[in-house]
Ligand binder design. Sequence first.
Ligand code: NAP
Length: 541
Amino acid sequence: MNSSAKKQAPQHDAIIIGAGVCGIYQLYKLLELGLNVKVLEAGGGPGGTWYWNRYPGARFDSESYTYGYSFSKELLQEWNWSEHFSGQPETLRYLNHVVDKFDLREHMQFDCHVKSTAFDESNQFWTVTLDDDRTFTTRFLMTAIGMLSAPTMPTLEGTDAFEGQSFHTYNWPHEPVDIKNKKVAVIGTGATGVQVISEIADKVGELTVFQRRPNWCAPLHNSKIDDKTMADIKANYDEIFERCRNTPGGFIHGPDRRKYSEVSKQDRLALWEELYAASGFGVWIGNFRDVLVKEDVNAEYSKFIADKIRQRVNDPELAEELIPKDHGFGTRRVPLETRYYEAYNRDNVSLVNINDTPIERVTKKGIKTSEREHEFDIIIYATGFDAITGAFDRIDITGTHGQKLADKWIDGPITYLGLQSAGFPNLITLAGPQGGSVSTNFPRGIEEAVDWATDLITYMNKHGYKRIEPSEEAELEWGEDVKHTYSLSLIPTAKSWFTGYNSNVPDHDKLRYLIYNGGAPKYRERLTQVAEHEYEGFKFE
Ligand code: NAP
């Protein structure tokens, strides 16, 4: 285009993709600035993760009162959580309540699946195209597309041939599914599979679990919140959020400051018993500070948890099948469960170890392993996600000079602070790869990212800047920082979505640095420092 040609103005100041926990709050903040904002959401309503994951047993494993938004005292005081770890329907109700309370719905457009987006150099805006070819233009494009929102099915032959009902847990139907007396298969034993199995074991006719690798699971110890407790929580929100601000994971649970080697055997066991008996993630992140760092210490704790599993599973051989042997406790995401191990004591529940008898294919009637065909009415795929970068890869994102984000990130994401990537001006990747929110209690992490992004836009408007992107040097340095945070714990020793592995996605068979593992306080410090130094590392025009 001739440079003197008249520039077009974008239709919107900002488009946010995604109306989940992050998108809702970002919309609220940008409307406060008086901007013209639209949210495009693939689902039929707000809620993101909590809109989609309607499988039986879906619930928090962060304490409910640490998961709600902290930005409105009025909201905090009017909302009552019914359980310490609320179930999906209640969380979805909460998010809808927030959307309605702050009049956000009118700015959201549902059933909008973003197909592609490209930066228009001449007009300095993003054009966003939906599946149905409708387009929108915007100055800022903000992705709030979730880190576990690109579900992956196993690459098995015959999944379409099955004549019964089958679902990936993420796409669980909105209508009730009749599981009573049905023969049900669950493939996958991550946090999702564990919740499903625990919930349905006593409701179905027969349940067969297809396990590739067991995970270290520990009790959630959920309970109801009575009126008095809710009143106490409401009176103490300031302290609760202050505590979350100061723990690495943004949870109320932080590490015990002592090292394993500094305490007597008796005190060590006392803490471990206490953690196992307590509710929530303390059993994972409330431990001696070297448990997730030193292999020999981790092995001791893993032995302690293995004995707990042995005590809970009646059949000793089955117990051994359920105890991970390839990774230590806490090096993968710990599923919190309610009577998960006890489910295997039931006569109607059986486990198929697919390392011994691999699945050959899905058939019309069920699942054929190397040993035999198992017949089912329902197959549940709890097979996880193309985590963190998958949702980006599923949108065709083109930056300057025709560069595709998927090409730039082919060997792993390249970002600055997890919030922007060079060559993609004005694209802000809220809760994106290598950001702080990915490894924290999600709402706590995203509130900080959103506040920071909102301040950045305010700063740009004040200075009349139209365009921002990071320098490549800043990205390189951040990449090294993120990589370094992987060396601080045993997390890289295990293959999981934390480390970028997914057997169902081509080329996701090597370590990728997807997560900033340095902890929320350090990440916040860095964000603050960058803002205080006039957004060092970014280039403005
Ligand atoms: P996941 O942890 O990745 O687990 C997927 C499971 O499917 C694994 O057991 C995996 O086996 C198995 N699998 C994958 N492909 C397979 C194949 N082709 N054949 C056989 N087995 C296969 O996924 P997820 O359970 O959905 O959990 C993902 C994350 O979502 C969690 O870590 C957590 O952060 C979040 N989540 C949170 C909650 C909550 O309470 N708030 C609940 C559920 C999930 P391998 O282990 O061998 O790969």
